[in-house]
Design a protein around this ligand. Structure first.
Ligand SMILES: NC(=O)c1ccc[n+]([C@@H]2O[C@H](COP(=O)([O-])OP(=O)(O)OC[C@H]3O[C@@H](n4cnc5c(N)ncnc54)[C@H](OP(=O)(O)O)[C@@H]3O)[C@@H](O)[C@H]2O)c1
Length: 295
């Protein structure tokens, strides 16, 4: 892939207006790699309620094809509306939701997932995650219910979120279905090396949540310097670094400007030297750390 600057230097000067150029040189959905059918850049929606339908529609119309929501976000209806209003078929979108920690007993998994499908206005989700291994989580009952939903065709793949190696071992033992992905916080300030190694060994790729460290990436001088060098944003640098590592990212963005800025990370290639600098940051700063977390 070309660097951000190369990309711009290939645009002839004769284009009529900057607005037109900014639309014409956007990446398309074909520019995103996939892992097992899951596009490696998606849109997060936590704490996006009022604007959510608009954000989802704008992202899909821009080329995003992966949307991440959860029962706990209270926006599944809005996500469904966004998909309905966008210029893309339901089958063209990779849609993921999560069963909340209070709904993880067998019957509650089944019932709450049916409610999620109703709200999302769809017959199936591409990926259903266990949101946290906490509260009503009961490995055997939870995974039996998830497998049942797969056999009914309501769920294509089952995933986990916020699982550490110990919970992953247990899930692999009890689940009849393969674990499709582990969604965890991951960004240059929390590189999750041991979970990445576990995932490589057992075929469970990471999906990075809070890939911008909930805004924290804007305060890291190393990221600022790399961003300046490439005439890019710190958000783009963080997303390009995750891509270099083979990690799917689901940045949350509300307005079109942020949605577009993150989408353009696909046009940024980091040098080996940039990656080395970011790898050298070596912090373990979590932005999401509730009392019921397993770590
Ligand atoms: N599984 C879990 O337990 C879990 C936990 C946390 C998150 N998640 C998922 O991961 C998604 C992303 O994580 P997150 O929402 O915690 O944090 P994030 O994506 O790291 O950061 C979101 C914040 O960055 C801002 N932002 C986005 N793009 C920007 C840009 N290009 N320039 C400047 N600011 C930008 C957003 O502002 P605006 O909204 O104003 O654009 C928002 O304040 C969530 O939405 C959710 O889908 C899952």
């Amino acid at each position: 892939m070309n660097s951000f600057n190369d990309y711009h230097s290939r645009i002839p000067n004769a284009y009529p207006s900057p607005d037109l150029i900014s639309v014409m040189d956007l990446p398309t959905s074909d520019d995103v790699s996939s892992v097992n059918g899951m596009p490696m850049l998606g849109l997060g929606t936590w704490e996006n309620e009022d604007e959510c339908a608009k954000s989802v529609r704008a992202a899909l119309d821009m080329g995003y094809r992966h949307i991440d929501t959860a029962q706990a976000y209270g926006n599944e209806t809005a996500v469904g509306e966004g998909i309905e209003n966008a210029d893309v078929s339901r089958e063209g979108v990779f849609l993921a939701t999560k069963v909340w920690a209070d709904n993880l007993a067998y019957n509650d998994v089944i019932e709450s997932t049916r409610e999620s499908l109703d709200k999302l206005d769809t017959d199936y989700v591409d990926l259903l995650y266990v949101h946290w291994p906490a509260r009503a989580y009961d490995p055997e009952g939870t995974f039996d219910a998830l497998s049942e939903l797969v056999s009914e065709g309501a769920v294509e793949n089952i995933g986990v979120s916020n699982f550490e190696p110990e919970q992953l071992d247990e899930a692999r033992d009890v689940s009849d279905e393969p674990i499709f992905a582990n969604q965890v916080e991951c960004h240059p300030l929390l590189p999750q090396e041991s979970l990445r190694a576990y995932g490589d060994e057992h075929g469970i790729p990471l999906v990075a949540y809070s890939p911008l460290a909930r805004g924290g990436v804007f305060d890291v001088p190393e990221l600022g310097e790399i961003a300046e060098k490439h005439e890019a944003s710190e958000a783009q640098v963080s997303l390009a670094w995750l891509r270099e590592k083979g990690i799917t990212a689901i940045p949350k963005a509300t307005g079109e400007e942020h949605i577009r800025d993150n989408w353009r990370s696909l046009q940024l290639s980091l040098d080996a030297e940039d990656v080395e600098v970011i790898d050298g940051i070596r912090t373990e700063n979590r932005a999401v750390d509730p009392s019921f977390a397993p770590w």
